[in-house]
Design a binder for this molecule. Structure first.
Ligand SMILES: Cc1cc2nc3c(=O)[nH]c(=O)nc-3n(C[C@H](O)[C@H](O)[C@H](O)COP(=O)(O)OP(=O)(O)OC[C@H]3O[C@@H](n4cnc5c(N)ncnc54)[C@H](O)[C@@H]3O)c2cc1C
Length: 332
């Protein structure tokens, strides 16, 4: 196992080229390592892979005069809030509730927080981005027609390692468009009193406001007008209780199934930053059909899914960057 933390993007470019061309190794990219299914650092496939870990690429440059900031992917939200507060008493960024979430991935999945009903998602406030593609080239992307106040850039740091992890929670999400009737809540209460549910939490996040004004196609995140709230379901158990993990996960699946009639339908929408591999996975060989991918792609991205498949087909036709639930190029 090797472990390196370069500070410059050129090292990252070299790693991508080396992994792909010289060693034929897969890559996983990790910013903060908070992925709910751990796909940034674990794999269901037995093939070894390289982790590009962005933990050291975390600079935050705040330009108060122009009201923009350049943030590297590995910076956590708390670092951005702190740097802005150091320089200004009036500027802010509509970021995550949790200060420990890393910037690059939080934002690419949408990114909500306490200010999102007034200013939109974090992703709605991005004006520019830099990417490294599967050939190790830097691509630049201007976004959002300059209507936002802060920008960000993605750079990649890397670390080479092979890891095993034992998650002790399971998460799912839903969007609610009509009030849940009282009888629905009675069913919720009774299930929350079941023995497996002692570590269960339900979070209701109100939508509306600015979120109703931004078109569904503005960024990849599509859950806009018409949502009353999002629910996130989480069940936790102690590590020493991992032998019983299937019981807790089964409870979560039963509960999710119960909620079906009270939440969005066709598709049953879900938040991509609350990744849930139950709703679908890629084939291990890296070739997943459009129809297979649609099972989770439409839930996360609705009609924006087609656009994402087109972009992936253009930018990464060999599907070099992939994980259990990544978007594949169009393979038919
Ligand atoms: C305690 C906690 C609080 C949270 N609070 C919020 C919240 O308030 N609002 C909200 O919207 N979400 C919240 N989330 C969800 C969070 O946004 C997601 O879990 C997000 O994926 C975490 O980003 P990360 O960089 O830490 O994850 P990672 O595990 O590092 O990455 C997640 C995924 O993104 C990929 N990835 C990471 N960096 C890059 C990159 N630079 N380029 C390409 N791919 C990349 C990884 O390969 C992986 O597939 C929270 C999560 C936790 C655990």
């Amino acid at each position: 196992m090797g472990d390196r933390k370069p500070l410059h993007v050129s090292h990252v470019q070299a790693t991508i080229r080396c992994s792909k061309k010289k060693h034929g190794l897969q890559l996983r990219t990790r910013s903060g390592g908070h992925d709910f299914e751990g796909v940034s650092y674990i794999s269901e496939s037995e093939s070894p892979f390289v982790i590009i870990d962005l933990a050291n690429l975390r600079s935050v440059q705040v330009d108060v005069e122009n009201e923009v900031a350049w943030v590297q992917s590995g910076a956590i939200m708390g670092e951005l809030y702190y740097e802005i507060a150091q320089k200004s008493g009036t500027l802010a960024f509509p970021g995550a509730l949790c200060h420990g979430v890393a910037f690059g991935r939080y934002i690419s999945g949408g990114g909500y927080g306490l200010l999102f009903r007034k200013y939109g998602l974090a992703a709605d406030n991005v004006i520019d981005a830099e990417f490294t593609d599967a050939n190790g080239r830097i691509l630049k992307q201007k976004t959002n027609g300059g209507r936002s106040v802060l920008g960000y850039s993605w750079r990649r740091n890397y670390r080479v390692s092979f890891l095993v992890a034992t998650p002790s929670f399971k998460t799912k999400s839903d969007y609610v468009k009509k009030p849940i009737p009282e009888i629905g809540f009675q069913g919720i209460w009774s299930q929350l009193f079941e023995p497996e549910a002692r570590g269960a939490t339900l979070n209701f996040v109100a939508y509306g406001g600015k979120m109703d004004e931004i078109p569904e196609s503005a960024v990849a995140f599509p859950h806009r007008k018409g949502n009353l709230y999002k629910i996130s379901y989480k069940i936790r158990w102690r590590e020493e209780d991992n032998v019983n993990s299937e019981r807790y996960i089964a409870w979560m699946r039963r509960f999710y199934s119960y909620m079906k009639s009270f939440v969005s339908k066709s598709p049953r929408e879900a938040y991509v930053n609350y990744r849930d591999l139950d709703i679908g996975k890629n084939n291990e060989d890296g070739y997943t059909t459009y129809a297979q991918m649609s099972s989770w792609g439409r839930k996360y991205f609705k009609n924006n899914f087609d656009r994402l498949v087109k972009i992936k087909t253009k930018i990464d036709p060999e599907n070099f960057f992939r994980h259990e639930q990544s978007i594949s190029p169009y393979f038919g």
